[in-house]
Design a protein around this ligand. Structure first.
Ligand SMILES: [Zn+2]
Ligand SMILES: [Zn+2]
Length: 85
């Protein structure tokens, strides 16, 4: 089985940190002109936003979302020390 990147203890806002294309948490989150966020890789060849059907005009990095993911991942790793869950 391949290792999957997942949040262990999902806070309420964690759903906002998951990509609607690959259904994983964002890897290098990038935000579109319509305000939706996808992984850099997932958004690479995107012409239309799968969330709101807007034409993708530009995509830029989303350091705020990346920061949240980094914070959560630290918590995850700490709580995962005993291998519970
Ligand atoms: Zn993705
Ligand atoms: Zn959108």
């Amino acid at each position: 089985m391949s290792y999957q990147r997942r949040f262990r203890n999902l806070p309420n806002y964690a759903k906002y940190l998951e990509c609607t294309i690959c259904l994983e948490k964002f890897i290098k989150p990038s935000i579109t002109n319509c305000g939706h966020c996808f992984c850099q890789q997932c958004s690479y060849n995107l012409n239309k936003c799968p969330n709101c059907r807007a034409n993708i005009l530009f995509i830029k990095e989303d350091p705020l979302t990346q920061g949240l993911i980094d914070e959560l991942e630290v918590v995850c790793n700490k709580k995962n020390v005993l291998g519970q869950g």
